[in-house]
Design a protein around this ligand. Structure first.
Ligand code: SF4
Length: 299
């Protein structure tokens, strides 16, 4: 079976896991192409105008797979970290996709809720009950796909620029904003052009301590910021996307955390109309203002 995987949302939260899992079970995974302006244009006729930008991109990816595959994989995601919750959009993902984007398209789904049951068990059941794998193959597919994902997380962390003596800028955001070419690439390219050492926040350690924040990814961001050493970081750039209510609630908290550590923080809001010139100007001003502020430190 050709199984479509939209290159959005859970694709980036569980890098490489889905492709490997379906392939190991003898299926042919088809991942949609990286996001472009066209992905948004494709979505625009169908997606709700009030959706956040990543949701619109997700819808565009689903549409791009329709007709090319036998079924599309769209889980409901309640929690990717035990005792924490995801944004409600993730819980409604399957139903919203079915109702709005893919009415007559076969969808393969599971409910990911780490608080109730580990994903390994859910995937095993998917392999056995829905995809007809025998016990041994299902067990190996789950085990190996997790190991492939963990290796990928490690590789992403190792790829971070290491320039001893230079303070870095941290790019903060959700996995599906930081790893999405349409959203993050203009920012990354501009910062590289400005010769700024950069670190993209990486995910993978889901065993972090609980805090007052019950949203999975926001708790990870909070931990990351709490552990930043001002001697290593020149600034934090938080990539937010238009119409994300959760980001707007958390931004002030993140700003305060950075202020306590004396690390400059900037939130960069991306929407479908954000032009390259706007992004470039804001980044230039931010980076310039920091170099004036700390003439003793190369950034
Ligand atoms: S957290 Fe924000 S960006 Fe992510 S799905 Fe929810 S509303 Fe959209």
């Amino acid at each position: 079976m050709r199984i479509g995987i939209p290159r959005a949302f859970y694709y980036h939260s569980y890098p490489k896991l889905w492709e490997y899992f379906f392939q190991r079970l003898g299926h042919d995974p088809v991942v949609s192409s990286p996001s472009t302006q066209k992905t948004l244009e494709t979505a625009s006729a169908h997606t709700e105008t009030e959706n956040c930008l990543p949701q619109k991109l997700f819808d565009g990816h689903v549409i791009s797979l329709i007709g090319r595959v036998d079924a599309i994989f769209v889980p409901r995601i309640i929690s990717i970290v035990k005792k924490h919750n995801c944004c409600p959009r993730f819980g409604a993902l399957y139903d919203a996709t079915r109702a709005v984007i893919a009415r007559d398209v076969p969808l393969i789904s599971i409910e990911i809720n780490e608080t109730a049951q580990p994903l390994t068990k859910i995937l095993y059941r998917l392999a056995r009950a829905t995809l007809g794998a025998d016990r041994q193959t299902a067990k190996l597919a789950v085990k190996e796909s997790f190991s492939v994902m963990e290796n990928h997380h490690r590789a992403q962390a190792d790829q971070q620029e290491k320039q001893p003596g230079q303070r870095k800028f941290l790019l903060l955001g959700h996995p599906y904003t930081l790893r999405d070419l349409f959203i993050a690439d203009p920012i990354i390219k501009k910062l590289k052009q400005l010769n700024v050492p950069l670190e993209l926040m990486t995910f993978g350690n889901y065993n972090i301590k609980p805090s007052g924040i019950l949203w999975c990814v926001f708790n990870m961001m909070q931990h990351k910021l709490q552990n930043l050493d001002p001697r290593d970081y020149a600034g934090v750039i938080h990539i937010s996307t238009f119409n994300c209510g959760a980001d707007s609630m958390m931004a002030e908290r993140f700003r305060r955390l950075c202020k306590q550590k004396n690390i400059p923080y900037m939130m960069l809001m991306m929407d479908e109309h954000t032009g390259k010139a706007t992004v470039d100007t804001r980044l230039e001003v931010f980076v310039d203002s920091l170099s004036w502020q700390r003439t003793d430190v190369a950034i």
